[in-house]
Design a protein around this ligand. Structure first.
Ligand code: AMP
Length: 430
């Protein structure tokens, strides 16, 4: 009876919302590790970090990402706040970044190189590598039109893969989607080609024939995919300037020795891209193999009411990147010293000493809290990964000394006068 009752209590307990993952210390350490590497690399290319709100006006996304994209049609977390304003939890960062530069007058006649990180929210079907809350690092370059800027973003992302030790598991796929006119002409060609096959298309694609034909290329429905095999190719509609831009980009990548594959299938799932689009992909993560994606969005600032401003950027997913080295240990910061004590007087003294060590020596100290036999405390000290244990028992208090024990290597220990503790510890970590 009691057993059944407790089972019921467990099943009634509140769980995390579907698709929203908890980041336990090991996973959080992986995210931090990626972020730290990215932060250092981005700084070395002159990028500055900015912070963007998680909530934005819903219209920002419907206007900039595109009202007929999957993201806006089906995936946004949108609600009315108490003032009846429609707000959306950001599904991506570029729209917010464009709003930021526009709102603060940073777009016109200026160059800005920004990056940001944080959670994004999309109501997708959760599976490994796909979540409803996931973390991205976004990198955006505002005000520069040349292919050299696109190339720099690709070079810096390649540097990150290298630094993370995953360069051999990722590859770069590149395409150009031309300018707005080329895409319009292509869409007209696509619709003309698909119209006789209208009844064979899936319902979503049928709808998109009138709302946004280019999004039909994103379909996963096999029958529609088959029909698309002989469809007109976007590559045949690309305008001369976009073609030159793309050739310029490829020439820089060739000169820099960065391998890539031109993949005409890449169009990206958002409406705002023009010219360059790219994805860094891996075969290691099954269906969720896109680690990073981006491209040019030269029309976006203007679309938001600003002056014409060329922009290019990308976003990488921390959740997927972290899965790439799931089996390898990541050195999360381990404390240097673990302090154990017996009795209240000793514990107070230990806490005061630990404060002095942190302040004066900059070392990380974890103090054992709560009672416990010395042997049990020492087990904790061993498991903490610290180099040294500080031991304060009754005898040490009486003698005004401390015991310092090596937790690695020979495990030897010494007793030193209280007043020499800091100098001794400093010498041990010199
Ligand atoms: P996007 O903003 O769709 O271009 O995505 C950029 C990157 O964010 C992808 O390459 C993924 O690494 C990551 N990403 C996008 N959607 C999800 C998701 N639902 N779960 C986890 N990562 C995602």
């Amino acid at each position: 009876m009691i057993h059944l009752l407790s089972l019921k209590l467990v099943s009634n307990s509140i769980k995390a919302v579907r698709g929203m993952q908890d980041l336990l210390p090991d996973k959080k350490a992986r995210f931090r590790y990626i972020e730290d590497e990215a932060r250092a690399i981005l700084a070395s290319y002159g990028f500055q970090e900015v912070g963007l709100p998680i909530l934005e006006s819903t219209s920002l996304f419907s206007r900039l990402v595109g009202g007929t994209t999957d993201i806006v049609e089906k995936e946004m977390y949108t609600f009315n706040d108490r003032n009846e304003d429609s707000l959306t939890m950001r599904p991506e960062g570029t729209a917010g970044l464009v709003r930021l530069v526009n709102e603060h007058g940073l777009a016109f006649n200026q160059t800005q190189k920004y990056w940001y990180t944080g959670p994004m929210f999309r109501y997708e079907r959760p599976q490994k590598g796909r979540y409803r809350q996931f973390d991205q690092i976004g990198v955006e370059c505002i005000g520069l039109a040349g292919p050299d800027v696109d190339a720099e973003l690709l070079l810096l992302s390649a540097r990150l893969w290298d630094q993370l030790g995953i360069a051999s598991q990722v590859s770069l796929e590149l395409n150009t989607v031309g300018n707005a006119e080329s895409r319009q002409a292509f869409c007209a060609g696509l619709v003309a080609y698909l119209t006789p096959h209208f009844d064979d298309l899936d319902a979503d694609s049928q709808r998109r024939m009138t709302t946004n034909p280019m999004r039909i290329l994103d379909t996963k429905v096999p029958k529609t995919r088959e029909l698309l095999v002989d469809a007109p190719a976007l590559a045949d509609y690309i305008d001369d300037e976009s073609r030159q831009h793309f050739d310029g980009l490829c020439a820089i990548l060739d000169a820099a020795g960065l391998a890539y594959e031109v993949n005409p299938q890449i169009v990206r799932g958002l409406d705002y891209y023009n010219r360059t689009v790219f994805e860094w992909v891996t075969t290691e993560l099954g269906a969720q193999g896109t680690l990073c994606g981006g491209g040019r969005y030269d029309g976006l600032v203007e679309q938001l009411g600003g002056k014409p401003t060329p922009c290019v950027g990308f976003a990488l997913g921390l959740d997927r990147l972290a899965l790439m080295f799931e089996d390898q240990p990541v050195s999360s910061k381990i404390v240097d010293i673990y302090g154990v004590s017996v009795g209240d007087v000793a514990r107070t003294k230990l806490m005061v000493l630990a404060e002095a060590v942190r302040s004066n020596l900059g070392l990380a100290v974890e103090v054992h809290h709560g009672a416990g036999k010395l042997k049990a405390q020492m087990k904790k000290a061993d498991g903490s990964g610290a180099q040294l244990a500080l031991i304060l028992g009754e005898d040490e208090i009486n003698q005004r000394e401390i015991t310092v024990k090596a937790l690695r290597g020979d495990g030897g220990q010494v007793r030193i006068p209280e007043g020499e503790a800091l100098a001794y510890l400093q010498s041990q970590f010199a």
